[in-house]
Design a protein. Structure first.
Length: 659
């Protein structure tokens, strides 16, 4: 160097000691970034946004879901069902009902009442949990069911360790309560988690964690407790799936490997796998769900997976019915058992309730078993439990499929809106159709409000009018379809009393209604149909002794006012009892009379349900309508019209009538 100040840099790649170690570290950084969904270097991969990675636990869920498939096969299985419940509207009421349900009697090993517990205590208070959750937007509900749960004396420890793992994965503490159930063949735990994190913000859990991560964490813990399944246990379980009439893990593997023509091969890497595949494919062939193509290939019938799911559900239903029959000490022949399909049911059924229960605990779907007048016992999916009043065993009901069609009221709204620049209200309706009554127009407003709450398919303006979209009829059809999923059937209570209690009661009963009906319910001489025939014969004899009927030329004849006479007898009798209880005189409401007062409560009688309206000096009983439930404790006014009342709400005493 000619001068000490001269310096000539030579640019090149930096080389540090431990070259290979640095490269491994860099690879770990890149791998972690990729698992977290961050692309480092290279072209960005274009993927469709589906929201599955929004929320806490997304990266953990993907890591857990990418573990070795063979290890997953040997891992002990845990079923995790999940549901996110919105607490707005009736959600808070449903949350209270859900906690009451999970704490019900008969769920412990000794048949006792279930007890909520939490992270620190074996006795958690449901009311305190609900109070803490006031104002929450939503809550999470989980059912965790280990396949080998029967080997645990107590599931509390497993649940607490699972929730601690979840807190680590999600990066927040969780406010939760749980209860263990041992009333089924598979012990399971119901867990309810508040929808708030430790900072008081809405807790959002990534879909990938809910659908896979939580299950893998639970399976890891069960493996630690009981050890992984042996190869022999795995093989035995797979062999048992060959003849099952439901969707199995073998079917899922075949469906994953099927080509576009749904062609699958029986070839496999091992002799055992090939034996399982061939055995299962031959079973599917016997079920009409697969057909052989050559020596080692089968073509699956389109929709085979859905058909197998329905077959599995049917098997579960049959087992549920058999358990119910066993509880009642009898079991009708298989031909006398039926599943009521709301989508294809040709006509309604009338019968008495044998049992009511939950078909899906996480989604709150209920069922009833109904002994019908056709001599058969029907399993009926009635949808969400919150949509139906509770019925006692033995109550007589009429069940028909819910209508899934656009209603005439929807067409009327569309017509009025089309004539008024896309607007609708009661006044516009009355101007459009002078023959319509205000009560009739108000029913259309209630329909619009129902559509708005469920689907947002109608818009209410600040002035009370409605903005009706050009595609209103399509939106109404969408509303009906969504509603039918939660309410597939309409259940009408014909009698809250058992059939045997209707024979000699001094009231207007369902038996009396059938005796005078122009088109009575057909009665088969078997099961409930035979019981109704016998009860009607005894009721006719009772009516004869009361001088309310007589036998003439082999026909039973009743006076025209028989039903009214019996109904009035019961009203006067119950009115007298309530008068003593309330210390207030009872006054009968006459047809044409205007009723004004405060709606205090419902009164259930054999003749039907009535509303107790308290007035200044007395009270009266008038026919009840569901719309009155929203008026409890409020002033009401209406006009009695036979067995109904035209009520006035909303716009004042002279406002819209609800008949």
């Amino acid at each position: 160097m000619s001068d000490d100040d001269d310096f000539e840099p030579r640019l090149g790649r930096m080389r540090a000691r431990g070259k290979s170690r640095g490269k491994k570290y860099l690879h770990r950084i890149l791998a972690a970034a990729n698992l977290a969904g961050v692309t480092v270097g290279g072209p960005k991969r274009r993927t469709r946004f589906d929201g599955s990675r929004i929320g806490r636990g997304s990266g953990v869920g993907r890591v857990l879901g990418s573990r070795d498939k063979f290890a997953a096969f040997r891992q002990r299985r845990v079923i995790v069902k999940s549901r996110i419940v919105k607490l707005a509207g009736k959600g808070a009421q449903a949350a209270r009902a859900h906690l009451r349900y999970v704490e019900r009697d008969g769920t412990t090993r000794d048949g006792g009442r279930g007890q909520l517990y939490g992270a620190e205590s074996d006795e958690a208070d449901s009311k305190s949990f609900l109070v803490r959750g006031e104002g929450d937007r939503h809550q999470f509900r989980f059912i965790v069911s280990p396949e080998d749960g029967a080997e645990y004396d107590d599931l509390k420890s497993l649940t607490r360790r699972l929730m601690a793992r979840m807190e680590d994965d999600l990066g927040t503490t969780l406010d939760w309560v749980a209860v263990d159930h041992f009333n089924t063949g598979h012990p399971h735990t119901h867990i309810v988690v508040r929808g708030r994190d430790d900072r008081g913000k809405d807790l959002i859990i990534a879909r990938e964690y809910i659908t896979g991560g939580m299950r893998e964490r639970a399976a890891e813990l069960v493996d630690l407790d009981l050890g992984p399944r042996s190869a022999e246990a795995v093989q035995d379980r797979l062999r048992s799936e060959i003849e099952q009439e439901r969707l199995t893990s073998i079917d899922r593997a075949l469906l994953r490997e099927a080509d576009a023509d749904t062609l699958v091969s029986a070839a496999a890497r091992s002799a055992l796998d090939q034996t399982l595949r061939i055995g299962r494919l031959r079973k599917l062939e016997r079920l009409g769900l697969a057909e052989p193509v050559g020596a080692t290939h089968w073509r699956l019938v389109p929709g085979a997976a859905e058909t197998l799911r329905r077959m599995g559900e049917r098997g579960d239903i049959i087992r549920t019915m058999q358990r119910a029959f066993a509880e009642n000490g009898r079991a009708p022949a298989l031909v006398d058992q039926a599943i009521y399909d709301a989508a294809t049911a040709p006509q309604p059924i009338v019968g008495r309730i044998l049992k009511r229960g939950l078909s899906d605990e996480i989604d709150d779907r209920h069922f009833v078993l109904v002994e019908a007048t056709d001599g058969r016992t029907h399993y009926v999916d009635i949808g969400k439990g919150e949509n139906l009043d509770s019925h006692s065993i033995g109550a007589i009901v009429r069940i028909e499929a819910a209508r899934v069609t656009v209603r005439d009221s929807d067409r009327v709204v569309a017509e009025v809106a089309a004539a008024n620049g896309g607007r609708y209200d009661v006044d516009l309706h009355l101007r459009h159709d002078p023959a319509a009554t205000e009560a009739f127009a108000e029913t259309h407003v209630r329909r619009l409000e129902a559509i708005r709450r469920l689907t947002g398919g109608a818009t209410r303006e600040a002035d009370g009018s409605w903005a009706i979209a050009p595609d209103h009829l399509e939106r109404a059809a969408t509303y009906e379809q969504m509603r039918s999923r939660d309410r597939p059937v309409v259940v009408e209570t014909l009698s809250a009393e058992r059939l045997e209690h209707l024979v000699d009661v001094d009231a207007a009963t369902w038996l009396d209604q059938e005796l005078v009906a122009a088109d009575p319910v057909p009665l088969r001489d078997a099961g409930f149909g035979r019981d109704v025939r016998e009860a009607q014969a005894r009721r006719r004899q009772w009516l004869i002794t009361q001088e309310l009927g007589q036998e003439t030329d082999g026909r039973f004849v009743t006076p025209p006012d028989m039903i009214d006479t019996l109904r009035r007898r019961e009203i006067m009798r119950i009115g007298g009892i309530l008068s003593e209880e309330l210390g207030t005189p009872f006054a009968e409401a006459r047809t044409g009379e205007q009723v004004r007062g405060v709606f205090r409560r419902r009164v259930d009688m054999v003749s039907g349900r009535f509303a107790l309206v308290e007035r200044a000096r007395d009270f009266t009983l008038v026919p009840w309508r569901p719309v009155l439930d929203r008026q409890l404790g409020k002033d009401v006014a209406g006009v009695v019209r036979g067995d109904s009342v035209s009520w006035a709400f909303g716009r004042g005493r002279s406002g819209p009538n609800i008949s």
